[in-house]
Design a protein around this ligand. Structure first.
Ligand SMILES: C[S@@+](CC[C@H](N)C(=O)[O-])C[C@H]1O[C@@H](n2cnc3c(N)ncnc32)[C@H](O)[C@@H]1O
Length: 189
């Protein structure tokens, strides 16, 4: 399973939004979801995506989307925003809810999510990290920041659990970073 964590400090944490760009840049989240799951003609069958939202009005939301055959019925490239909205609406305090097949929502911090994945190699995507070509990518979790990157406090904690890796000198969009990761992993397979 390819495991990706995307962190957004601004993404809206309730379902009552209309404009993705005004909802803490949920448009960027949607691009990241599309890059994580979709190729031109199919849905990837080996991805677990963790979306961590710290925006208003009820911060610390962890949305988890996992590839499985039924996912095709709930996720559409054209309406990822609608899926996120419905997942946020289904949130219930103190519970991890399976909103739809392969789609879960709960309250959980970025660090708590990553601590739960520590049996894997934690790789923090950062332009200033070690060249990704020099690192074995098997059994890894890839942590990607939003338009402002990962906050320093969280970065230090994650760095203590893993390693910073770079895709090169350019600064890419989060969604482009996901595409590059998939490409590298596809080539290895
Ligand atoms: C638009 S970038 C964020 C730019 C932000 N100013 C920063 O300094 O992190 C979004 C995310 O993509 C990932 N990213 C972008 N370019 C990268 C690169 N060359 N190597 C590794 N990760 C990269 C990082 O995780 C980054 O937080």
């Amino acid at each position: 399973m390819r495991e990706i964590v995307y962190f957004s400090r601004s993404a809206h944490t309730s379902g009552n939004f209309n404009d993705l760009m005004k909802a803490g840049r949920l448009d960027i989240v949607c691009h990241t979801v599309i890059a994580s799951f979709f190729t031109s003609h199919s849905i990837r069958q080996d991805v677990r995506l963790h979306l961590i939202f710290y925006g208003p009005p009820d911060p610390l939301k962890h949305l988890e989307i996992v590839s499985q055959p039924e996912l095709q019925e709930v996720i559409s490239k054209k309406d990822v925003g609608g899926l996120i909205k419905r997942m946020l609406y289904k949130y219930k305090k103190g519970q991890k809810i399976e909103c739809f097949p392969g789609c879960y929502v709960e309250k959980k911090s970025l660090i708590a999510v990553i601590e739960g994945l520590k049996d894997k190699q934690i790789l923090l995507l950062d332009r200033r990290g070690k060249d990704i070509q020099e690192i074995g990518l098997a059994n890894s979790v890839f942590v990607i920041g939003d338009q402002d990157g990962i906050p320093q406090k969280e970065k230090k904690r994650i760095f203590g659990m893993g390693e910073k890796v770079s895709l090169g000198k350019e600064t890419y969009f989060a969604s482009q970073s996901v595409v590059i990761l998939h490409y590298l992993l596809d080539r290895k397979n």
